[in-house]
Design a binder for this molecule. Structure first.
Ligand SMILES: [Fe+2]
Length: 261
């Protein structure tokens, strides 16, 4: 496959558009940005891609840990080893891809001065959290509550900060986004990433005014949207997100009224 690398916004149970887009564009790789919520094990949902030998990678979202069944369809899938959370993999074009799945939660860590404990973490590692989790609530190898498989721990960010990558994919948005985190800007900068791509927010706001100051290009991919991004960080919308138009309109209104609407 010599086509583009496709970055796919939160599928929330729908995969046909991804399979069709990969086929149409002869995609060289497909990358899912979390909240897959597959109705069957992920490898079955994406079987046509696997049959066509299209490489697939993903990060998990918060909703992928919403139930025992969803957890099994993602972390228990034959594709579980394609989860790039907390590590770096090499794409077919040689670019290094790093991933940070999940979301920040105050029960563990919400890195904002306005948050509980002034943004300090309650637990730095899953092992630490597991020790204070009742035995009957522990889930899987980490021993944290199943829900917290979709939570970001400081150990995840600390580990990535030791690595280098060209692209950083996150479920949460970086700092340019009204609901984003400057901490992810710092992480991308430390990792020397030139491109950061996220899901979760179900929008695709234009962040290009921030790129020079950030030192990397940032892209959101909307609900069930697909964006191709090349080695120079040039992007092309392959499938618009389902809410992109209304979110763009709201953002323009917000900007026009000085953030007072
Ligand atoms: Fe999400």
């Amino acid at each position: 496959m010599t086509g583009p690398v496709l970055f796919c916004g939160d599928p929330h149970g729908a995969f046909r558009h991804i399979i069709d887009a990969a086929d149409r564009t002869k995609a060289s790789a497909v990358i899912l940005l979390g909240d897959m919520e597959p109705r069957r094990p992920l490898h079955l949902e994406l079987a046509p891609l696997l049959d066509s030998k299209v490489p697939v990678w993903f990060i998990h979202g918060n909703h992928d840990a919403d139930s025992d069944e969803l957890w099994m369809r993602v972390w228990g899938s034959d594709l579980a080893n394609r989860n790039v959370h907390g590590r770096v993999v090499e794409l077919p074009d040689g670019r290094r891809l790093a991933g940070l799945g999940g979301v920040f939660r105050e029960a563990v860590w919400y890195p904002s001065a306005c948050a509980a404990r002034g943004g300090a973490p309650a637990f730095r590692t899953r092992r630490e959290h597991a020790r204070s989790t009742p035995r009957q609530d522990r889930w899987g190898g980490t021993g944290t509550h199943r829900k917290h498989w979709g939570t970001i721990y400081p150990e995840d960010v600390d580990g990535l900060a030791e690595m280098r990558a060209d692209i950083l994919i996150t479920h949460e948005a970086p700092g340019y986004h009204p609901n984003g985190f400057e901490l992810l800007d710092t992480l991308a900068q430390i990792m020397s990433a030139k491109v950061a791509v996220h899901g979760h927010q179900h929008d695709r706001l234009d962040s290009s005014d921030h790129w020079a100051q950030q030192g990397f290009k940032s892209f959101g991919v909307g609900l069930r949207g697909i964006t191709a991004i090349d080695a120079d960080g040039n992007s092309e919308v392959i499938v618009p997100g389902e809410l992109d138009a209304v979110r763009d309109f709201r953002q323009r209104q917000f900007d026009a009224f000085g953030g007072d609407s």
